[in-house]
Write a protein that binds this ligand. Structure first.
Ligand SMILES: *Cc1c(COP(=O)(O)O)cnc(C)c1O
Length: 217
């Protein structure tokens, strides 16, 4: 199937409340343009360098999301244009985003990345660390960032029960935080292999790459 058909298939099967980020990492501009020409305007990259190159090259009305780990020294490069950073995993990083956003005269939307997988390699905050951050006076003084929700990645496993449990734990935590802060609206969970489970567990933002653009080589 074509990129356009894949997007149509996914968007027609997910509930209207769920937004799709088409993950373009490793895919060339012509393939991304097939999605763009089919009317899709929200794309995600996991590496800063690749994000910057594609943002320069591709149409300016694309909404770019950074979904991968962000180093503090690279924040200034994406601060002028990034629409949503899914992967905030420390107060130090958030401070830098706030500083760079202020220089750009912008408010940058962010998600806190929460560690829910049973894997050593995934970045993210624990539930306790996230709450601590949200309650800190330093965070409360930041005027140029807005935390609008949470992001999580489940363990890469065929064990559906485990994946469901991990997504469910994040949804429960999200609902708890939401009662304290009405700006929290967005729960980013689910990729090509597990977005159906993620939506079933309450995700309203899915990050899908290979199911749209084909497997990465
Ligand atoms: C690559 C990536 C995705 C998309 O993965 P697919 O399996 O291609 O759908 C989603 N989220 C993050 C953080 C990624 O790095």
């Amino acid at each position: 199937m074509s990129v356009a058909e894949n997007i149509k298939k996914i968007t027609s099967t997910i509930p209207a409340r769920v937004k799709l980020v088409a993950v373009t990492k490793t895919y060339p501009a012509d393939l991304i343009m097939q999605a763009y020409n089919a009317g899709h305007k929200t794309f995600g990259e996991n590496r800063v360098q690749e994000l910057i190159e594609k943002q320069k090259q591709l149409p300016k009305d694309i909404e770019w999301h950074l979904i991968g780990h962000l180093q503090t020294n690279k924040v200034k490069m994406i601060a002028p244009f990034v629409n949503l950073i899914h992967s905030v995993d420390s107060l130090k990083l958030l401070k830098e985003i706030n500083k760079c956003a202020e220089k750009e005269n912008r408010v940058i939307d962010c998600l806190l990345q929460i560690y829910i997988a049973k894997e050593e390699t995934k970045f993210g905050l624990s539930f306790e660390e996230a709450e601590e951050l949200l309650h800190s006076s330093e965070f409360k003084q930041m005027k140029n960032i807005r935390i609008i929700g949470l992001m999580g990645m489940a363990t890469l496993t065929n064990n559906e029960a485990q994946v469901r449990n991990e997504f469910s734990s994040l949804k429960i935590f999200f609902d708890k935080l939401k009662t304290q802060d009405s700006r929290l609206t967005t729960l980013s969970m689910g990729m090509s292999s597990d977005y159906t489970l993620a939506i079933e567990q309450g995700s309203n933002l899915i990050r899908v790459g290979s199911a749209i653009f084909g497997s990465r080589t």
